[in-house]
Each structure stands twice: as structure tokens, then as C-alpha cells.
Design a protein around this ligand. Structure first.
Ligand SMILES: C[S@@+](CC[C@H](N)C(=O)[O-])C[C@H]1O[C@@H](n2cnc3c(N)ncnc32)[C@H](O)[C@@H]1O
Length: 287
């Protein structure tokens, strides 16, 4: 322990060190990063700006707010629910406990969709289970000629997604619908269906990290029965809703590639599988 750790904390660096120790002791594997993100957000500065402000004192109000955040994070609450936002691809999305926190793996679904959507050609896209709207809003923002229908069974999630569409200026081209899967979507009316559905089996709940299991919405994580039934509903629904030549692009769990790929091969002429950055087969694309 250094002298700086023994005296009462004063500076930003003091509080970051204390916060890091506090979170590490409570099991965070990303304690320093968590502390930096929580404090930078409170100070409304980019995280990197903390590094040139280490010696600045921290105001009383910020100290109290930082402590409260550390306590909540120490109990497992995800950083993104504490700050209220998370970056996805090139944008920042508001998140609340009503929505899944967008994951980097899902950016591969977005990339696959952008790969089939031309910039200047009108296209109709459906995002099944939109959550924060990270896929629907990113697609609309990146492809100005596209219109998107974002569906979810959670009205609270749709409200978050609608707010994100407004923030990113695409509310005129993203419609929101409370729908079960592709329920009421007209036959042969859609060019691309994307989905990151709830794909974890209830029986696997115990193997999830506490931050996920205890804080993210169960309806976003767990499939109601066998996860394959969720993909079957998507494949059957998409086969009906897609125009000839259309695409269904889905995210799958780490061990689901074989099962989902075989469902796709029953219905689609061409099936591609894309791994995520960890090398896990993550995205299945049928055309
Ligand atoms: C894994 S989250 C994905 C959220 C977001 N697309 C993302 O990638 O971050 C799944 C979402 O599907 C929604 N959902 C669950 N069952 C559904 C169903 N039968 N039809 C439509 N959406 C559903 C959940 O409410 C949740 O918002």
C-alpha cells in the first residue's frame, strides 16, 4: 500500500483506486474499467479525459454519487444500467433494465444486414425482438433508403427503442409494433429479417454471470421452451414474409450453430455462417 492509499481520498486518482479495490473485492473482473466508466460518466467527460485530470479534487456531490454507483455495481448491477447507455457499432444507445444491453457479437448481425442492403435502394427490414433498437436504428441510420419495422413483445422495450430512434434522427423510418415473432407481417413484403432472439435455455440460467442472470430481463435472455423452437418460428415466419431473394439473419448461442443451420437449410438456398471475434459461430444468414 502506498502513502496515497493510506490518507483520506481527495483526487480523482484516489477515488479511482479506492473504487477499483472496492469492486475487485466484490468480484468484478473489470474493476478498474468499471470505476473509470462510472466516474467519467458522472463527470460527463470521456473516460480518457480522466487520465489528464488525476490530480483534480472530486466535489462532494460527485463523491456521494460515485459511492452510490460503486455500491450498486458491487451488488452486480451492470455498468450500462448505472450510466443508462452503451455503445453499439458507431452509436450510443440509451438502455434501461427493460432491455438487453447491446453486445459486440450482435454487431456481426448488423454488418451482415448492411452487406445485403444497398445504400440507395429502397428496402423493407424487420427486426424481431428489437430490445434497445440497436439493430433497427443502426440499419435505418446506415441505410437512408430503408424502412424498418421493429417488433417486440415488451412494450417497455419498444419505448426505449423509440427513444433511441428519435435520438439518432430515424424515427420517420422506423415503425414499432408489439408483435410475437413475425406474426402479422404480410406475405412476401420484406427484404431482410434480422433477429437476436432470446436463445438461452432456462436450464442454463445457473451458468450465466450474476450481472446477466439477476439484472437483464428474463424475457430477453431465455427462450420459453426449447431454443430451437424460437429459430423454427423465425425460419418459418421469414420464409413466408420474405420477398424472393430476401435474407434472414440471426444471432445464435455459442453451441447452436449446427441445430440452427440445419433449420435454415430446410428453407433457404444459400446459408452462410459468420464467426464473432472470439471465433465462435455467431451469425447465420439464409437467402
Ligand atoms: C436477446 S434480446 C435482443 C435485443 C436487441 N435486438 C439486441 O440485440 O440487443 C431479445 C428481445 O426479444 C424480445 N422477445 C422475446 N420474445 C419475443 C417474441 N416472441 N416476439 C418478439 N420479440 C420477442 C425480448 O423482449 C427482447 O427485447
Amino acid at each position: 500500500m502506498t502513502r496515497a492509499d493510506e490518507r483520506a481520498p481527495v483526487s480523482i486518482l484516489d477515488y479511482l483506486r479506492r473504487g477499483t479495490t472496492f469492486l475487485r473485492d466484490r468480484g468484478s473482473e473489470t474493476a478498474r474499467l468499471d470505476a473509470e466508466v462510472l466516474l467519467a460518466d458522472l463527470l460527463d467527460r470521456p473516460r480518457i479525459a480522466l487520465y489528464t485530470a488525476f490530480e483534480e479534487p472530486l466535489e462532494r456531490a460527485h463523491v456521494d454519487a460515485f459511492r452510490e454507483r460503486l455500491v450498486r455495481r458491487g451488488r452486480g448491477e451492470p455498468v450500462a444500467y448505472l450510466t443508462g447507455h452503451r455503445d453499439f457499432h458507431t452509436r450510443t444507445f440509451a438502455v434501461t433494465p427493460a432491455v438487453l444491453i447491446p453486445r459486440p457479437e450482435t454487431e456481426h448481425v448488423l454488418e451482415a444486414a448492411l452487406g445485403v442492403l444497398e445504400s440507395d435502394r429502397a428496402a423493407r427490414v424487420v427486426d424481431v425482438g428489437t430490445g434497445s433498437g440497436c439493430l433497427a436504428v443502426s440499419i435505418a441510420a446506415e441505410r437512408p433508403a430503408a424502412t424498418v419495422v421493429a417488433t417486440d413483445v415488451s412494450r417497455a422495450a419498444l419505448a426505449v427503442a423509440a427513444a433511441n430512434a428519435r435520438t439518432h434522427g430515424v424515427e420517420g423510418r422506423v415503425a414499432f409494433a408489439t408483435l410475437d415473432m413475425l406474426g402479422a407481417v404480410r406475405e412476401r413484403s420484406v427484404d431482410v429479417v434480422v433477429s437476436n432472439p432470446p436463445y438461452i435455455a432456462r436450464g442454463d440460467a445457473a451458468s450465466l454471470p450474476r450481472d446477466v442472470r439477476d439484472f437483464e430481463p428474463a424475457g430477453a435472455l431465455f427462450s420459453p421452451g426449447d431454443p430451437r423452437d424460437v429459430y423454427r418460428a423465425l425460419v418459418d415466419g421469414a420464409a413466408r414474409a420474405l420477398r424472393p431473394g430476401g435474407s434472414l439473419i440471426v444471432e445464435v448461442g455459442h453451441d447452436q450453430r449446427a441445430a440452427v443451420e440445419s433449420l435454415f437449410r430446410e428453407r433457404f438456398a444459400k446459408v452462410d455462417v459468420t464467426p464473432d471475434l472470439a471465433g465462435i459461430d455467431r451469425v447465420i444468414h439464409g437467402r
